[in-house]
Design a protein. Structure first.
Length: 306
């Protein structure tokens, strides 16, 4: 048909989905900070999970109760316990650190994940990727600046959140080998609600007025961001999409300046760029090795130094 609109190329669609996901995750961080002016971040985490569960319930309607059948419930339980600890630490960091610093330190998750993959999954990580991991942690040190007047003990909470998030990523990778993605999503949301309610009850106060908007927004933005992120990774390559995720930093930096009067520290920018470079290289090498394994070519084995 003449004049029919042509569909966007798949790589461009993947990039736009990742950009949308990045924007939503950035807005979730802003909503968390706004809500933290009136609520403890533990309580905000509960509302994030509660509204996330509301968004995930249609999965049960689509698949039926059989979606909940699993032989790996203890693994789900452990994965969700670690995940809740990571979430509580991450939300605390967003509520108490400058937004740009909290988000920049969260980018260290892939560095910890590379170490965890080698230690827990037995994945072979060679010299080049180890060098990228070391470079990434140099970036973390640039942001945290231990031993200087710019050091904040709260920054270590953000690093802890990234470490725990990496362990969760490894556990999801293990579960996904035998469990469908929708089952992982529904069990995660079902378990996170009561798990996050326990610490929230210790600091509970009911949201008032516009605070309700912020906690609902945190749940909606978080769930929407995760959905777009999943679809982006189905269409595009991780190595191409990973750098787009770092657009979250300028988004939260702008809102941090406009809403909270936060200036963008040059050490945070420098450290974030170093971590970005390390993560981009790690994602690129993992994509190259995955393609070699998929083609079954003689070059499937990693070359020296990879």
């Amino acid at each position: 048909m003449a004049g029919a609109r042509q569909p966007l190329p798949v790589p461009l669609r993947a990039a736009l989905l990742m950009l949308g996901s990045t924007a939503l995750f950035g807005m979730m961080a802003v909503a968390i900070r706004l809500a933290s002016a009136h609520l403890h971040t533990f309580e905000i985490a509960f509302f994030r999970n509660f509204f996330g569960l509301m968004a995930a319930l249609p999965l049960l309607l689509r698949h039926g109760p059989g979606l909940l059948r699993t032989q790996h419930f203890p693994r789900y339980l452990f994965r969700c316990m670690v995940g809740i600890c990571s979430m509580l630490a991450g939300f605390w960091a967003i509520g108490h650190l400058p937004l740009a610093q909290a988000i920049s330190l969260s980018y260290s998750t892939p560095l910890f994940a590379t170490i965890a993959a080698a230690a827990l999954l037995g994945e072979r990580v060679r010299a080049r990727r180890w060098a990228a991991v070391v470079l990434g942690f140099v970036g973390v040190l640039v942001i945290v600046r231990p031993g200087t007047t710019g050091f904040s003990e709260g920054a270590m909470v953000a690093v802890l959140a990234a470490l725990l998030s990496a362990i969760v990523a490894i556990q999801i990778k293990q579960l996904s080998a035998t469990e469908p993605a929708d089952r992982i999503v529904i069990w995660t949301t079902l378990l996170w609600v009561p798990m996050s309610l326990v610490p929230a009850l210790g600091v509970w106060t009911w949201p008032q007025g516009i605070t309700w908007l912020w906690v609902v927004a945190a749940g909606v933005f978080g769930t929407g961001g995760h959905m777009l992120w999943t679809r982006a990774l189905k269409l595009g390559e991780v190595s191409a999409l990973t750098p787009i995720g770092f657009m979250q930093l300028p988004i939260v930096a702008v809102f941090g300046w406009l809403l909270f009067g936060e200036s963008l520290d040059r050490w945070t920018v420098l450290g974030a760029l170093v971590i970005l470079a390390a993560n981009a290289y790690i994602a690129h090498r993992e994509a190259v090795l995955a393609r070699r394994a998929a083609t079954g070519s003689p070059s499937t084995a990693a070359k020296p130094g990879e």
